[in-house]
Unconditional design. Structure first.
Length: 266
């Protein structure tokens, strides 16, 4: 049996799992106490066994920040996030967080160490970038909290860098007119015209097919796929979220333009 539960006292359960053989050839076991109902202990036992199966289990007392970052990345990010998001997280973890904090024992990680890292990082990186590091580290430590490795999240006691979001500036009517006039006659004109009239993102525009466009009845554009570029390779994919998969209304002017453009290409 790989693991079992026994009741220690009312509302207290001890989990024991077999974690493999030690260097001396003797069996190693992990013990953990769960307070609550037996169902809570059974769920925790299942989590531990899954982490063993995935190869991401490590004895809580010996875990480092690097161990947790890697566990969280393999067990959560790689199964829940898009490839583009994975690439970004992987870079932050391996280029910044692990070199700065990775060797610290998880239970020895103090808010002061995290705050100090933010101060050092802000000397070479923007506040917005370091704020991303904070969000990533906080999420990975939240994972450690759920796994029972920590009693609290030290990121909750840290002040992340302040940054001001950039205000998006839209083109005014004069600038729109200049853009359309300067691009008229080029192969890019249809997509520029559609972008200005619909507000679609670049990846959404480049993923459009004629069957996604209805300029005759519904006067709408269906966003069903996007074009992602990663490491020089272009690939069509479904939108990242259900919110991104949507129906966009088009103006009668855009509908007329697309009808004429489609007819001209036949």
């Amino acid at each position: 049996m790989r693991g079992h539960i026994r009741q220690k006292s009312k509302g207290s359960w001890q989990i024991q799992i077999y974690t493999g053989l030690g260097p001396d050839g003797k069996p190693r076991r992990h013990f953990e106490t769960v307070h609550g109902r037996k169902g809570d202990a059974q769920r925790r036992l299942s989590e531990l066994l899954v982490s063993l199966d995935k190869g991401i289990y490590a004895p809580p007392g010996k875990l480092t920040v690097a161990d947790v970052l890697n566990q969280w990345f393999r067990g959560y990010v790689k199964t829940k996030c898009s490839q583009k998001t994975q690439d970004g997280y992987h870079m932050i973890i391996n280029r910044h967080l692990i070199p700065a904090l990775g060797d610290i024992q998880l239970k020895q990680l103090q808010p002061q160490a995290i705050q100090s890292y933010y101060g050092t990082a802000c000397k070479t990186l923007s506040g917005r970038t370091v704020h991303k590091h904070h969000r990533l580290l906080k999420q990975s430590l939240k994972y450690a909290l759920r796994q029972g490795y920590l009693g609290r999240n030290p990121c909750d006691l840290v002040d992340p860098p302040a940054w001001k979001g950039r205000v998006m500036r839209a083109l005014d009517p004069t600038e729109v007119s200049i853009l359309l006039q300067s691009s008229e006659g080029s192969c890019y004109y249809p997509i520029i015209y559609t972008a200005l009239s619909s507000g679609l993102r670049q990846a959404e525009l480049l993923g459009l097919r004629w069957r996604d466009i209805d300029p005759d009845i519904m006067l709408s554009i269906s966003v069903n796929r996007v074009l992602y570029k990663r490491q020089g390779v272009c690939e069509f994919k479904e939108p990242k979220t259900s919110h991104s998969r949507r129906l966009v209304s088009m103006t009668t002017k855009l509908a007329a333009f697309l009808r004429e453009y489609r007819q001209a290409r036949r």
